[in-house]
Design a protein around this ligand. Structure first.
Ligand SMILES: Cc1cc2nc3c(=O)[nH]c(=O)nc-3n(C[C@H](O)[C@H](O)[C@H](O)COP(=O)(O)OP(=O)(O)OC[C@H]3O[C@@H](n4cnc5c(N)ncnc54)[C@H](O)[C@@H]3O)c2cc1C
Length: 439
């Protein structure tokens, strides 16, 4: 493997992390990172104003991975550490979820060592004045708050850029080209990609990390072979983020002093907010409406609907004000739900529909493609994989080496038994049905 060649399609969270881990494992390997845009690619979900770094997963497998990642962000990885801001995160939750989280921590770091504080709604509001206008009980669904002071957020685009730059220092070659379809030899072995501009890129190992474009790319690559296509394994979806300018003063920025991240996934507007504090934009709060939308398009060659971001318009993935009023209203709904009129004058500056790949059980796919030799798939962030930027590539390399643990192999396989779950990140609407939506 050391002298092998690797083509990674997509320089977002999975791709950049994989390139880095590959070079750490095999410094002399020939690694090409190909993306449709120069780095850090603005179309990547990983290219963002900021992202939440937390370890509150009910599944201990992801909690363990998130604790490992958090350690990298907070102290162990000098490449990403400058981009991490520890603010803590507060979640209104049910008693059941609080118990599961505590048990998860107990199992991983020792009985009674969970960094979680349990707070009544009144205690939470006293501790964090920013919560004064927030209906924390989520219309009766939530029972208490849990606060983890060790969580925080990362300057996402900066961290992604730093990771890609680090890979370049290690000898990775970055190519800008849009993959049009995979190419195969006569035996059906994947040998690389054909780009939109007519160039081909080849390698002994092809790692598909193109995020939300993966289902479409696979269908385009092998329209006559359903066994190559994504099928029901994953769906591309987007969620709406809004940046809100918080005015100075008592009813504005002052309320955000020492504010934690808020994740409030209940009610009509399941929402999360990363408080202001980003370097260069100290008064911008990011509110995300937890409602993922598909964008289903009829794919003629395979005669199926496939959800895909606007293909020809990577520009559309950027921050914009050109969105239908219905989506803007949802963003305002998320803000109002979190802050009510307790904070005044929080005006929307700009929005972004951010695209990711959601899997029905929210487990990743980190797997050889069983129907195509030399092709590997890494995806399935399901709206919460950015935090693993420092460590996800390590597991991709283990997969390439055939050294992934039995549990990870089973969880992340292309073909696996899937028990679908419903979470705030489950896609449940289509952009085409939003009044006024246009590509
Ligand atoms: C609204 C929203 C909020 C989120 N919040 C958080 C959070 O707070 N915390 C967290 O941990 N995670 C969060 N996530 C999830 C996280 O961003 C994603 O899970 C993660 O970025 C997925 O990584 P990826 O590599 O699969 O895709 P991406 O990061 O999207 O990267 C894919 C890359 O592939 C490239 N590409 C695509 N098609 C082609 C092609 N044909 N040719 C060449 N290149 C191509 C793209 O340009 C892009 O650079 C959020 C996601 C969204 C959408």
């Amino acid at each position: 493997m050391a002298d092998s060649s690797y083509l990674i399609i997509g320089a977002g969270c999975f791709g950049a992390s994989t390139a880095r881990a590959l070079k750490d494992a095999y410094p002399t390997a020939d690694v090409v990172l190909l993306d449709q845009q120069p780095f850090p690619a603005p179309a990547a979900a990983a290219h963002d104003f900021n992202k939440i770094i937390r370890a509150e997963y009910e599944d201990p497998v992801y909690m363990a991975l998130a604790l490992e990642a958090r350690e990298a962000w907070a102290e162990k990885d000098p490449v990403v550490e400058p981009f991490f801001h520890q603010t803590g995160v507060i979640w209104p939750v049910t008693q059941t979820r609080a118990k599961k989280l505590r048990e998860g921590y107990d199992g991983l770091i020792g009985e009674g060592k969970a960094p979680l504080q349990e707070l009544s709604f009144e205690e939470a509001k006293t501790k964090f004045p920013v919560l004064g206008g927030c209906g924390l009980d989520g219309d009766g669904e939530a029972e208490l708050c849990v606060f983890n002071p060790l969580a925080g957020w990362a300057e996402a685009a900066g961290a992604l850029e730093a990771v890609v730059r680090d890979t370049l220092g290690k000898g990775v070659k970055y190519e800008v080209a849009t993959a049009k379809r995979l190419i195969f030899d006569n035996e059906g072995v994947c040998t690389g990609v054909l780009a939109e501009d007519g160039r081909t890129f080849t390698a002994e190992n092809v790692i598909l990390s193109a995020g939300a474009y993966i289902p479409w790319l696979l269908a385009e690559s092998a329209p006559e072979k359903p066994e190559v296509q994504a099928g029901d394994r994953m769906v591309a979806a987007s969620a709406l983020m809004g940046l809100f300018k918080v005015p100075p003063g008592e009813k504005g920025l002052d309320k955000f002093t020492n504010a934690p991240i808020i994740v409030h996934s209940f009610g009509e507007y399941p929402a999360e907010c990363i408080p202001p504090g980003s370097p260069g934009a100290l008064d911008l709060a990011k509110c995300t409406h937890e409602l993922p939308y598909t964008r289903k398009v009829y794919h003629e060659p395979t005669k199926q609907d496939i959800s895909v971001p606007p293909l020809s318009q990577a520009e559309r993935m950027k921050w914009t004000t050109d969105l239908p009023d219905a989506l803007k209203a949802n963003s305002a709904g998320a803000r109002n739900k979190l802050f009510g009129d307790h904070i005044t004058g929080m005006a929307p500056e700009i929005y972004r529909l951010c695209w990711d790949v959601s899997t029905p059980d929210e487990n990743w796919i980190i797997s050889p493609h069983p129907a195509v030799k030399n092709l590997y798939i890494t995806t399935g962030g399901s709206f919460h994989a950015f935090k693993f930027l420092p460590n996800i590539g390590k597991y991709v390399v283990q997969m390439l080496q055939g050294k992934l643990s039995e549990e990870h192999t089973r969880k992340w396989a292309w073909n696996r038994e899937i028990t679908p779950i419903v979470s705030p990140y489950t896609p449940r609407a289509d952009l085409r049905n939003v009044p006024g939506y246009h590509d």
